[in-house]
Every structure is written in structure tokens, then in C-alpha cells.
Design a protein around this ligand. Structure first.
Ligand SMILES: *Cc1c(COP(=O)(O)O)cnc(C)c1O
Ligand SMILES: [Zn+2]
Length: 462
């Protein structure tokens, strides 16, 4: 297998290649990101996507039960029996008519992909299982990440469950949703809380991983993105192998959007799909680097030669102004997305668009998703808020088929949810330090009732 897979620098001017047996999170010659690449001609390629249905009857084999490894032919960086699994990827694509109405779509045209149903409650498990598999192949004894919460929850869970290696987690001192922090602590990860934000924690973890030889599992790890491709395969599977018109996803470090683009590019190249859906990446207004660069500055992938001087100048100005990311959607509170260039590539492959939504739009959309059942955390709701915006702009039309990715579970961040439904905007400002929410139009507030039978009955019948 190893002769058919290699790593390659995404920078067209460099394009250096490396063995799959090397642990790298950046190109040593130019510093850019790496891809996992395959010599597809030398590999057994499925004739069509319904090929994967044969595995539905093999769910007694752990790797075939996995929503990641049952598509192993599309990420064949090692043999199936070497793949770690804890049963990730048992997710659901739900047709959501109430949310469709809110977005302005026809009732049967809007779908929600519930990645919160993963073992650690976010899509991160799809990628983590691939990274942990590679880490194990490399003989790693400890893995590390910087995290706004869900990456660390996922790493902690995989290490706690499999006992394959130690988990070391860096979090910033800013916002971290308690659900996520509680997971890292409960699953026994060594948790280092440094004074600084996510971007600071990210810089440190790179440094420390190099020094101590820790296996880094942030989304700069190209194997993680291989696992995250499978979210798209499961959506196609749920749509009976039909390609939707739009995939809408929140953008933080831009690993997911990058992985989705690669998934579709490969499927198209292999003749397994006829067309590629359009991709919409949604930033929070308070962490809108991609929106600024792509939509305002016009930065494009440009065949592997994006305008790096312009990108550099943007970050230098951000430094000079000491601009820090700020949004209640803590999972996407990131100003320096590590996968920026890969995401530009995905946007070019998928004829993509980028939008920003503010915290008010995020919490309102979140309440609509919750009211439709299952729910999500704030960052996830950026996808629905973004779809609504694109619908209003006429970029998405009401009869197109749209899939919004719900990246994380409803219970990750109950504080925000309760603050919203208590219809108490001051709670957002005081408790959450967030000034972007003024209204709670869809609040479902608890009714205070005296402990009196008749008054209780009256309140129920109201
Ligand atoms: C990590 C995360 C994101 C951001 O994904 P990227 O791949 O970093 O863009 C969005 N939502 C949730 C819930 C997350 O955990
Ligand atoms: Zn390079």
C-alpha cells in the first residue's frame, strides 16, 4: 500500500513530495501545507458509488461499521485492518422542513447533516480517527493539539478509549464551551491552559510538538482531512448517491471545507460523480479572515499561486491593529485559519462563495435548528444562517438542494442556549462577554409558576 500513497506540498512552485511514513505538518522547504496523495491508477477504484453498499451487510467488522473506514477505498493510506476505530461517523442527514422555511427554501430542499452524533459530539472524530491511525503507524506515544474545544475533546476521547498514546491539549484562556472542556478533563487528557487565544495556543503547540516529538493532530495534519472527506461520502450515500447543489459549512481553521473540496475533486476525477456541488463557507463576523480575503480582497487559489503578498499584508495589518477574533461561536473564533490556502483551493474546485454572519444571526438560526429537533452548537448554526443569507441574495435558489453541516452537538454549549431562551440579552453581554446579541425573537422561555395545582394547570393550558 505504501508505494501508492505519498505526501505532497500544495504550493505549485514547490510541489515537494514525502513518504507517507513521515510525520510532517508543513513542507520543510517552503513551509506550506501538505496533502495526502494517491497513485489512483495502481489502486482498486470502485466502479460506482453504490459499490460501497456491499459493506452495509458487514457491520460486524468494526472498520466496516465505521462511517469513516467503510469508505476506505477513498482514503487508502494504510490497510483496513490497521485502521483504528471506535465507531465514529454514525451520523444522520435530516430533511428539515421547518428550517427550510426559515431559510426560504422549498420544504423538502434543505438537509441538515448531524455530525454532533459522533462519539465525542462533533465532526472532529472523522478526522481524528485518521490522524490517530497514522500516529499509531508512526509509533507515536503522545499526541497534541491546540483547540477551541472540540479537537481536544476528540483527541482526549480517542486516547482515553484506545490507550494507544497520551493526549496533550493546549487551550487558550478565552472562551471555551464547558461541554468541551469537561470532556477533555473527564477523558483524562493533560490539559494546558495558556494565557492567550486559540491563535497563540496554536503557535505554541507547533513549537512544543517539534521540541518533544509529540504527534500533532491539528488540522495542519493532512491525515485528519482525509478522514473528514467521508462526511461528504455519507451525505451522498444518504441522498442515494445523488449530488446536492450546495454544501454549506462554518469556517474556522478551514479544515472541513478543505477536506470537502478534496473529496469532491477526487470523486469527479475518478468518474464517480458527474458534477461537483457548490461550496459555501460561512465565517462569523468577528472572525472573518476568509471572507475578507476571498470576497473583499479577491484572493484566489490561482492554480497553487495565490497572492501570498496580499495575504501576508492582511495578517501584518491584523497584528499592527492587534485585532483578536471575537464571536460567541467559539469553535470558529479564529483569525489565522491554518488551512487558508487549501480552502482557497476547495473554493476554486467547488465554485465556492464565502459569507459572514453575525452572532445575532447565529443564535437565531440555532434556535430554529433546535426547534426542528436534535439541535447544534452555536458555530454549527452559522451554516444555516449563511444559507439564509445566500437565499436572500438570490445566490441559492429555493428549489436547489442544500446541505448544511451541523458540526457539533447541541449539548456542547448549553450556557448560550439557556441564555437565549431565557430571553435575557444582558446574559450574553455579562455572562458570555458578547455584545453582538440584542434580541431573542425565537426564545422559548421557561414559565415561572407558583407551586399551586390550579395555576400550574392554567399555565399548561395557556
Ligand atoms: C472545529 C469546528 C468548526 C470549524 O471547522 P474548521 O474545519 O476548523 O473550519 C466548526 N464547528 C465546530 C462545532 C467545530 O468543532
Ligand atoms: Zn513546499
Amino acid at each position: 500500500m505504501a508505494d501508492h500513497v505519498f505526501q505532497k506540498c500544495i504550493n505549485a512552485q514547490c510541489a515537494a513530495t514525502f513518504s507517507v511514513d513521515e510525520t510532517r505538518t508543513a513542507c520543510p522547504s517552503c513551509g506550506n501545507l501538505l496533502d495526502v496523495c494517491y497513485d489512483w491508477e495502481k489502486l482498486p477504484i470502485p466502479q460506482n458509488l453504490s459499490y460501497f453498499e456491499k459493506y452495509w451487510s458487514e457491520r460486524n467488522i468494526p472498520q466496516r461499521f465505521s462511517g469513516v473506514w467503510r469508505f476506505q477505498e477513498m482514503l487508502p493510506f494504510t490497510d483496513l485492518e490497521k485502521c483504528v476505530t471506535i465507531g465514529e461517523g454514525q451520523t444522520l442527514l435530516q430533511n428539515a422542513p421547518c428550517v427550510a422555511k426559515y431559510v426560504g427554501m422549498k420544504p423538502d430542499k434543505l438537509f441538515l447533516q448531524y455530525e454532533g452524533m459522533n462519539p465525542s459530539g462533533s465532526f472532529k472524530d472523522n478526522g481524528m480517527v485518521a490522524a490517530i491511525t497514522h500516529a499509531k503507524l508512526m509509533g507515536a506515544t503522545a499526541a497534541a493539539c491546540a483547540s477551541t474545544g472540540n479537537t481536544s475533546a476528540s483527541l482526549a476521547l480517542y486516547c482515553g478509549y484506545t490507550r494507544l498514546m497520551k493526549a496533550i491539549i493546549f487551550i487558550g484562556s478565552g472562551k471555551i464551551a464547558y461541554g468541551k472542556l469537561s470532556q477533555a478533563l473527564d477523558y483524562g487528557a493533560k490539559t494546558i491552559q495558556i494565557f492567550g487565544d486559540f491563535d497563540d495556543a496554536m503557535n505554541r503547540v507547533r513549537e512544543v510538538s517539534q521540541k518533544l516529538g509529540l504527534y500533532l493532530v491539528n488540522s495542519v495534519n493532512p491525515f485528519r482531512l482525509e478522514g473528514q472527506k467521508t462526511i461528504m461520502y455519507r451525505i451522498l450515500e444518504a441522498l442515494n448517491w445523488e449530488v446536492p447543489d450546495w454544501i454549506v459549512v462554518p469556517g474556522g481553521n478551514l479544515g472541513n471545507s478543505s477536506a470537502f473540496g478534496k473529496a469532491f475533486f477526487e470523486l469527479k476525477m475518478l468518474g464517480l460523480i458527474k458534477r461537483i456541488p457548490r461550496l459555501a463557507v460561512i465565517n462569523a463576523h468577528g472572525a472573518n479572515t476568509l471572507f475578507q480575503l476571498y470576497e473583499k480582497e479577491g484572493v484566489r487559489w490561482n492554480e497553487g499561486r495565490p497572492d501570498r503578498a496580499k495575504i501576508q499584508a492582511f495578517f501584518e495589518q491584523m497584528n499592527r491593529e492587534n485585532r483578536r477574533a471575537s464571536t460567541l461561536a467559539s469553535a470558529i473564533e479564529i483569525n489565522r485559519p491554518v488551512n487558508l490556502e487549501k480552502c482557497l483551493r476547495a473554493l476554486s474546485w467547488c465554485d465556492g462563495v464565502v459569507r459572514e454572519v453575525d452572532d445575532q444571526e447565529i443564535v437565531d438560526a440555532k434556535s430554529q435548528i433546535g426547534a426542528n429537533g436534535l439541535g447544534c452548537e452555536p458555530a454549527s448554526a452559522a451554516s444555516v444562517a449563511g444559507a439564509k443569507k445566500l437565499r436572500e441574495e438570490g445566490i441559492i435558489s429555493p428549489a436547489e438542494r442544500v446541505v448544511c453541516i451541523l458540526t457539533g452537538h447541541q449539548l456542547k454549549d448549553p450556557v448560550t442556549t439557556v441564555a437565549y431562551h431565557s430571553a435575557d440579552a444582558t446574559k450574553f453581554q455579562e455572562t458570555l462577554g458578547c455584545r453582538g446579541v440584542y434580541r431573542a425573537d425565537f426564545a422559548n422561555s421557561p414559565l415561572p409558576v407558583e407551586n399551586d395545582l390550579e395555576k400550574i394547570i392554567a399555565a399548561i393550558q395557556e
